[in-house]
Design a protein around this ligand. Structure first.
Ligand code: IPE
Ligand code: IPE
Ligand code: MG
Length: 220
């Protein structure tokens, strides 16, 4: 099972508490760790994809963008232990060439150190936009002079696997350029809980509900 999460609401969580937005991001990063451990120990979840930074998030104030980059670097450094202990393979999707050399190195180092683990694959979407991903996939096909088919487009995506369950926190009912191709037949859940308040208990409840849904994929 492939679970994808749009981790939204960090800023509002902080604001509600009279804190700066960055405090919400810090708490959100801790929640991402807890959810990763839960997924690594869940018998059915094979892939967990987390939306961490979108191609549109560059529009935010420079100080917030810089903080998010630093947080990501620190998080990867700190959680390498968590990945190893829980046998989690770390992967990244999106165009990371726009990140600093140091951050790119950190991402590649984490991938390299965890590449043989199979309990869970945790994919972070970093400078990720679905329109950008699909465009790059089609460009690759044209360069290779391959036929443009749905199968070939999918094969050339950063993440060529369909999503089973998509969750978005914070009450927004939109997908914000996340995995548009891969969610074609995903079951979707929108919760009002802000990401820093999201718990493994709520995730557990959503997964139970997901299992009750009848997925027909166009059949009867
Ligand atoms: C999600 O929380 C984290 C990122 C997009 C990096 P937000 O920062 O979008 O929080 P809100 O939506 O402003 O509350
Ligand atoms: C989506 O959240 C991106 C991430 C969670 C990384 P945003 O907060 O950026 O999305 P919008 O602007 O509300 O659609
Ligand atoms: Mg948001």
């Amino acid at each position: 099972m492939h679970l994808a999460i749009i981790m939204d609401g960090n800023g509002r969580w902080a604001k509600q508490k009279g804190l700066k937005r960055i405090e919400g991001h810090k708490k959100g990063a801790e929640v991402a760790k807890e959810i990763t451990i839960y997924c690594a120990n869940h018998p059915e979840i094979e892939i967990l994809t987390l939306y961490a930074f979108s191609t549109e998030n560059w529009k935010r104030p420079k100080a917030e963008v810089e903080f998010l980059m630093k947080l990501l670097d620190n998080w990867l450094k700190k959680e390498l232990d968590t990945f190893i202990k829980n046998e989690v393979k770390f992967e990244a999707i999106g165009d990371i060439s726009k990140f600093s050399k140091q951050l790119q190195d950190r991402i590649n180092y984490t991938k390299e150190k965890t590449k043989n683990f199979t309990r869970l694959t945790q994919v972070l979407a970093l400078n990720y936009g679905s329109k950008d991903e699909i465009t790059r996939a089609v460009k690759k096909l044209i360069e290779k002079k391959e036929e443009i088919t749905p199968q070939n487009i999918q094969k050339n995506l950063d993440l060529p696997v369909d999503v089973d369950l998509l969750i978005r926190t914070s009450g927004e009912i939109r997908v914000s350029n996340f995995l548009l191709w891969q969610i074609a037949y995903a079951e979707m859940f929108f919760t009002k809980t802000l990401w820093p308040d999201f718990t493994t208990k709520e995730l557990d409840k959503i997964i139970k509900e997901f299992k009750q849904r009848e997925r027909r994929f166009g059949g009867i």
